[in-house]
Design a protein around this ligand. Structure first.
Ligand code: URA
Length: 204
């Protein structure tokens, strides 16, 4: 389990980090993307949610989890009685990676090089917010936070401990739920929501 990274230059506050990340050139994803989508939420949030990367809506709006995946996340949080505005929401990769097909921009999975290039921002966010609990949505986020050995199928929904003592767990990504065949989608959603229910219990 990797240690938290050093805060980057100008990384003495979340606002400083956000400003610096707006001009990030650590990987090539900045160029076709509209903007950096940095994390958002209370700077002293107890819970941090880490997704994979912004999607089309997030890229255009500049805010994390505002598109279809964000709507599904909202539904699950609402059903669990968890107030989204108390959470710090961010992503392992802060630029939208996509392929153009005509006028459409099709989401394409970030590579390990993109995740590694972006990792100092995530580590600096974790350092600044210092959450009690980190929830990773999907395998990319889980590997970025818990290390490359993380196996989502095997390890989802189980508490883990980072080197500095922060607790966390991973669940499936809401976009994965949305990609399921209609007859499997409800089961996928239940899995997602029931893993998130851990947020209502003390870590074990
Ligand atoms: N999916 C993510 O992983 N993050 C977002 O911000 C939106 C969709």
């Amino acid at each position: 389990i990797p240690m938290r990274g050093p805060a980057t230059a100008r990384g003495d506050s979340l606002d400083g980090l956000r400003d610096a990340a707006a001009n990030c050139r650590r990987c090539p994803l900045w160029e076709p993307a509209t903007q950096t989508v940095f994390g958002e939420g209370p700077p002293d949030a107890q819970i941090m949610l880490v997704g994979e990367q912004p999607g089309d809506s997030e890229d255009l709006s500049g805010h994390p989890f505002v598109g279809p995946a964000g709507q599904l996340l909202n539904q699950a949080l609402q059903e669990l009685g968890i107030d989204r505005s108390t959470l710090y929401l961010t992503n392992a990769v802060k630029h939208f990676r996509f392929e153009r097909r005509g006028k459409k921009r099709i989401h394409s999975k970030p590579q390990v090089t993109h995740i590694n290039a972006c990792r100092p921002w995530l580590m600096a966010e974790i350092e600044q917010v210092n959450p009690k609990v980190i929830v990773c949505l999907g395998a990319s986020a889980a590997r970025a936070v818990f290390g490359s050995g993380f196996n989502l199928t095997r390890d989802r929904g189980r508490w883990h401990t980072l080197e500095d003592g922060t607790r966390g767990f991973a669940t499936v990504h809401p976009s994965w739920v949305l990609r399921q065949d209609p007859e499997k989608r409800d089961a996928g959603y239940q899995l997602f929501r029931e893993d998130l229910r851990r947020l209502k219990e003390p870590p074990t």
